[in-house]
Structure formats: C-alpha cells, structure tokens
Design a binder for this molecule. Structure first.
Ligand code: DX5
Ligand code: ZN
Length: 227
C-alpha cells in the first residue's frame, strides 16, 4: 500500500492579516495538512511566528497542523507547540544534539515527532532515530524563505531515504519542503516523497482548489496512479 499523498499548504505565503480566512480557504480547497513555519532569526535569517499563532490556527481548522521548527534549541519549545495544538512537530537535526531525547519529548507531549534536514545535511543524521520518527522532512531549498527554487540534488536524497526506510520495513512519511510546484512535485513524488509542502504554489495562486488539485494530480501521475 503506497503512503497517501498529502498536500500541505504553508501559511508562510498566506496573507497574515487574514490568517483565519486563509486557513479556512485552503481547508475548503482540499488541503490535507496545514504547514506552519516557525523561524527564530538564528537558525534561519527570518523571524515568523510562535505557539500563539498555532493556537489561533487550531481554532479555525480540523486539519492536522504540522509545525516546522526552524529554531535553535528546539527542545525548549516542542512541548509548547504540541500543547498549542500541533499534531506533528518537526525539529532540525542540525540544531538537535540530543535528537533521540527531543523526539521522545515531542511524543510525550502528545504530538507526532519528525526530523527535518537541510539540503546539505547527510541522511546519516537520521539513520539511528528513524524508528522514533513518524516522518522525515527533507528541505528542498535552504530554509528561511518561501518562493525559492527546488534544489535538484535533493531528488536523489529522497530516493535514498525511501530506500533506507524500505530496507527497515518502515512506512516512513517523507515530506518535501521548498520549491514544490506543478513542475517539481512529480519528481519528488516519483523519488518516494508523499507529503508536499507548498507555499507560493498554493497561496500565490488565484484558485487554491485548482492549485491543490494540480499538485495532487502531478504527484499521483508520477507514481503511476490514474486520477
Ligand atoms: C522555507 C519553509 C517552507 C516555505 C516553502 O524555509 O520551510 O515551508 O514556506 O515555500 P515555497 O513553497 O514557496 O518554496
Ligand atoms: Zn516549512
């Protein structure tokens, strides 16, 4: 059974002044997950939002919330994000020296744990904690901003991670994040990703439903599933 394809609009590209409306709009348009980008101005150059905004998003949608923590010392905040209503919390391996412990802390706080890797970070960074992860998020751009170009080398990385998971017999969810659009989603899906974050490709479109169904269509098509 192939893992389900999930389209996860990133609110980073939403109109923050109308955030509740934007979240409701992507839910109505067929999104599977709401992706929330948390940036601290230290791990990445940009600063975005904290647990209070997750709480606000939680109040307006039934969709799972995926909190992507691009922050140093993420272990200090994982519980706050889980309590604010994040269903899944991902932390970057680059800033988590005690990754195993942090993943346990996420689970203990009631959320699903995930690890995120920058494009240049080797897969060996997650090798020994794969069994503790519900998902691995592979950055397909350097984190910090929306609207960047997909880093081609990441396609092979997705393939290798899928092979690593298959070799363990693990139905690992692989999320790709950055530069995912109609012309790159198929490549990532064909390599083995099943969760697709899309900021610009959804919130930059006039018709959110059409944008989401185009992404889903190309992802399915590249896996050889007829739609
Ligand atoms: C980048 C964020 C992404 C971002 C993707 O650091 O992690 O989630 O919103 O934006 P697009 O889809 O525009 O590349
Ligand atoms: Zn993200």
């Amino acid at each position: 059974m192939p893992l389900p394809i999930r389209i996860a609009p990133s609110i980073l590209s939403a109109d923050f002044g109308r955030l509740a409306e934007e979240v409701r709009a992507v839910e109505a348009a067929g999104a599977d997950v709401v992706h929330v980008d948390v940036m601290d101005g230290r791990f990445v150059p940009n600063i975005t939002i904290g647990p209070m905004v997750v709480e606000a998003v939680r109040r307006v949608t039934k969709l799972p919330i995926d909190a992507h923590l691009m922050i140093v010392e993420p272990e200090r905040y994982v519980e706050a994000f889980a309590k604010a209503g994040a269903d899944l919390v991902s932390v970057h391996a680059e800033v988590s020296p005690h990754l195993h412990r942090t993943l346990q802390a996420i689970r203990a706080a009631g959320a699903r744990p995930a690890v995120a890797l920058n494009p240049s970070t080797p897969l060996s960074a997650v090798e020994w904690v794969l069994g503790d992860c519900e998902m691995v998020l592979l950055m397909t751009v350097n984190p910090g901003f929306g609207g960047q170009r997909y880093v081609e080398a990441c396609t092979q990385k997705i393939r290798r991670l899928r092979e690593m998971a298959d070799a363990r017999g693990q139905a690992l969810e692989i999320e790709v994040d950055g530069g995912i659009k109609a012309d790159t989603v198929g490549e990532a899906a064909g390599a083995g990703a099943n969760v697709f974050v899309a900021g610009t490709a959804v919130f930059g479109a006039k018709d959110y439903a059409a944008a989401i169904s185009t992404l889903r269509h190309h992802a399915r098509e590249s896996r050889g599933v007829l739609v």
